[in-house]
Structure formats: structure tokens, C-alpha cells
Design a protein around this ligand. Structure first.
Ligand SMILES: [Zn+2]
Length: 256
């Protein structure tokens, strides 16, 4: 299998977006009227599920803004890889919002159920509603869309309804019926290569990317995740060292 490491660079990311613009695609926010009817032109729903790195998300948000494109960034409250309550990460989300992008809720139903039973809609409504309210109050914004983290594992794809807790479901049957879907899950193309999808001239596209997969230079998916983890570790250690330095304390055991 060809994993196309060369596809997942920032340079190629920019090239892909430029190609869509050149082909006349309009980047739209999640809106059922536009998704169903489209207004006659080619449209693309450009969505990011932020699983591993908000810092990477920021880099992509910046590239998009320079091209006049807006996307929707789905933020995960229980991520093992970032914490939206850390000042630096909070600031990144504010930066993404200030660039005109939308924020959605990346909801992990498995966090609440830990079971293999088919998901209960009432449970999703309840827990997603709580997370929506928390994010809205925390960032002073309205959260209009929801995407599911690990949807196969928590059996939520079978439900497919249009809304949960008042948020548009990015995995709704309606969206899948109207749009050609392409995802970079796991850092490679499991089904279609995005470049091929773009050249196939579908009228409506729904593209899911995960920002951590798009890096400054070619590397394997494992290396890309390790890069995120190492960056976070280095940043946390620097915070500790800077704090001691600022307070004039000895940094005992520190080796440069
Ligand atoms: Zn996810």
C-alpha cells in the first residue's frame, strides 16, 4: 500500500486548497440548506477533527486564512494530547476563531459509555448538550456543529440523525447523501486519495482532515504523532524551567 507521505506536508496542503479554489469550489460552513441545494455551484465542507494537536490546527488555520478560506475546527474536551484549559491552548482556539473559522464540538461518546452497546440518543443529547454549553460559555461563542470522535467504536454512525443537542451532526445521513466524503484518518488515505477526489469534479465535497497529519516535511503517521507529543513535553518542561528562572530558584538536576 502506498501511504503517500509526500501528500501530508504544509506545502501540499496549500496546493490542495489552491486547486479547489481554482476549480471554483466555495468553502461553506455546515448549513443543511446549502448542503442540500448548494445554489448551483460547487461547494466543499472543510472540516478538522482536532485529535492530537491544537498547535497544528493553528498552522492550518493560518494557511487557510491567507487563502481567504474558512473551515470548521472540532475541538475535543477529553483529549489525551491537548488541554483546552491550558492558557496557551485557550489562546490558540481564540486565534482560530479570530481568523473567521467556526468551532464545533468533537464529542467522544465512548468517554461516557465505555460500552459496546449501540449508543442511546438521549445520552448523546444530554452529554453533548453539557459540553456544548461549557464550550460556549468558556469561549463566548455559539457551537453549531458536532462530530463524533472514534464514531465506529461508539456505534454512533448507525444513528445518523441531523442534529444532536441542537448541533448539526457532521456524520448525518443527510450530509453523506449529498456530499462525496474523503478523510485522512490515521494519516493516510484509507479509501480515496484526496487529490483524486478533487480531480473527479464532484459537485459537493465533505473533507475531513486531522491537523496533526499535516506537517512541515514528509514523515510517517507515527512520527507525526510523536512530533506532537515531543513538542508538548518540551513546552511543559520549558514552562517549568522558565518558572524557576523567573523566581530566581535553583533548577536542581537540570541538564542543558
Ligand atoms: Zn477524533
Amino acid at each position: 500500500m502506498n501511504y503517500y507521505f509526500e501528500d501530508f506536508t504544509e506545502t501540499n496542503y496549500k496546493t490542495i486548497l489552491q486547486r479547489l479554489l481554482h476549480k471554483g469550489y466555495e468553502f461553506i460552513k455546515f448549513d443543511y440548506e446549502k448542503i442540500k441545494w448548494g445554489g448551483g455551484g460547487k461547494t466543499v465542507l472543510w472540516r478538522h477533527d482536532v485529535d492530537y494537536s491544537l498547535n497544528r490546527a493553528y498552522q492550518l488555520a493560518d494557511i487557510e486564512e491567507r487563502l481567504g478560506i474558512t473551515a470548521t475546527y472540532f475541538i475535543h474536551m477529553q483529549s489525551n494530547f491537548y488541554n483546552i484549559f491550558e492558557p496557551s491552548q485557550y489562546e490558540i482556539i481564540e486565534q482560530i476563531i479570530s481568523r473567521g473559522h467556526a468551532i464545533g464540538l468533537h464529542f467522544d461518546h465512548g468517554f461516557y459509555t465505555q460500552s459496546r452497546q449501540m449508543s442511546n440518543c438521549d445520552e448523546i443529547e444530554k452529554h453533548a448538550g453539557i459540553e456544548k454549553e461549557m464550550m460556549e460559555k468558556y469561549f463566548g461563542i455559539e457551537i453549531k456543529t458536532i462530530s463524533f470522535h472514534n464514531p465506529e467504536a461508539s456505534h454512533v454512525l448507525e444513528l445518523g440523525q441531523d442534529y444532536y443537542a441542537g448541533m448539526m451532526n457532521a456524520y448525518s445521513q443527510t450530509i453523506f447523501e449529498h456530499c462525496k466524503y474523503c478523510s485522512d484518518s490515521n494519516g493516510y488515505w484509507r479509501y480515496d486519495r484526496l487529490q483524486d477526489v478533487i480531480e473527479s469534479n464532484y459537485e459537493k465535497l465533505h473533507i475531513l482532515t486531522h491537523p496533526a497529519w499535516w506537517v512541515p516535511y514528509e514523515m510517517s503517521p507515527y512520527e507525526r504523532v510523536k512530533r506532537c507529543v515531543d513538542g508538548r513535553r518540551d513546552s511543559n518542561l520549558k514552562t517549568y524551567c522558565d518558572m524557576l528562572d523567573h523566581c530566581g530558584r535553583d533548577n536542581v538536576g537540570y541538564k542543558a
